[in-house]
Design a protein around this ligand. Structure first.
Ligand SMILES: Nc1ncnc2c1ncn2[C@@H]1O[C@H](COP(=O)(O)OP(=O)(O)OP(=O)(O)O)[C@@H](O)[C@H]1O
Length: 311
């Protein structure tokens, strides 16, 4: 595991009487993409706004590169790049003017601005648009300019709030590729509602529900969060359903079509091997066996407490 760039300790916030987030703790390391998931009103924006220094928390601490954000916000914010849901673009500026202005707002030393702006233009593949007014760019390129302003000061930590919202499928692919490139040497925190996006670009997941952190782990751990409870087997020379049911402590066998069965089971790591062995031993002519995993939507629903059980 790499060094920690962001450390969130016992973070709680209430807007009036009700707590929006409560006792959130996590760390983000120096590169890769962390997806921040949660239903509407779960507390994602509250958490992101606090981490970016836009909102002051009621309780707890946030450290950016070891600096306490509340005690030393100007210094800590030098390490943060933020693309809010609505990119803060000045439509009547050219791309270059806008990026220079962004570098100035980030308190970059004047002698470093030229190089920084050129690097951001190159990284986001918008060099050829440097003199174009932002209002004359397509939505996908405006989004690239939004990302360029978030990285122009080369921050260690980049926060992107729904960066592919409203883009067409080709632009979405381009922006996802760009995010992956940025994540090679930056820590990226990405908020999105699109689970396929999480699967496509995130290395880690943090999920907030009702103001609490309900999941924190790798994409693979998220994928395996719910153990499989069924598999489908196809046999060319299938025995009677009751024979399949008697093989082990199954929950049930469902006939799906000729020679195709869905077998439900409770935790049993060796169950598929038992069926493969029995197929060979009894010459059942095994054609296919597929373990049925939960979809990301189902895992999301379980973690957000919308379903207690998939069956
Ligand atoms: N300015 C505010 N004043 C009062 N309550 C607020 C304010 N902003 C958010 N809340 C409440 O705090 C809770 C968390 O909201 P938040 O916007 O952080 O959720 P979210 O996960 O970002 O939701 P969404 O995905 O819909 O943007 C919700 O109950 C919301 O109604």
């Amino acid at each position: 595991m790499g060094n920690s760039i962001v450390k969130v300790c016992n973070l709680s916030h209430r807007y009036s009487v009700q707590w929006a987030i409560r006792n959130i703790n996590f760390e983000i390391t120096e590169n890769g993409v962390v997806g921040l998931l949660g239903s509407n009103g779960a507390g994602k924006s509250t958490t992101m706004n606090i981490i970016c220094g836009v909102l002051n928390q009621t309780e707890g601490d946030v450290f950016i590169n070891g600096i306490n954000l509340r005690e030393n916000p100007v210094e800590a914010k030098k390490y943060i790049g933020f693309l809010p849901q609505q990119p803060p673009l000045y439509m009547d500026l050219t791309v270059e003017e806008y990026l220079r202005h962004s570098a100035f707002l980030r308190l970059m030393p004047a002698e470093e601005v030229d190089v920084a702006v050129n690097q951001a233009l190159e990284r986001c593949s918008i060099v050829h648009f440097r003199e174009r007014l932002i209002k004359n760019l397509s939505g996908g390129y405006q989004q690239r300019v939004g990302i360029a302003q978030a990285i122009v000061h080369n921050p260690k930590f980049v926060v992107l709030d729904e960066p592919t919202n409203g883009l067409d499928p080709n632009q979405i692919v381009d922006i996802r590729n760009l995010i992956r490139e940025i994540a090679v040497d930056h820590a990226v925190l990405l908020s999105t509602h699109i689970l396929s996006e999480v699967q496509a670009i995130c290395d880690e997941i943090k999920m907030i529900e009702n103001g609490k952190l309900v999941f924190s782990g790798s994409m693979e751990e998220f994928d395996n969060y719910v153990a499989p409870e069924s598999f489908v087997i196809e046999l060319g020379n299938a025995p009677n359903k009751s024979v399949l049911l008697s093989l082990c402590e199954n929950e049930g066998v469902e006939l799906l079509g000729e020679g195709r069965f869905r077998i439900y089971f409770k935790e049993d790591p060796g169950i598929t091997e038992k069926y493969i062995e029995a197929s060979v031993f009894n010459a059942w002519d095994l054609k296919d066996l597929i373990v049925e995993r939960c979809s990301l939507d189902e895992i999301f629903a379980q973690l957000s407490g919308k379903t207690k059980n998939r069956k």
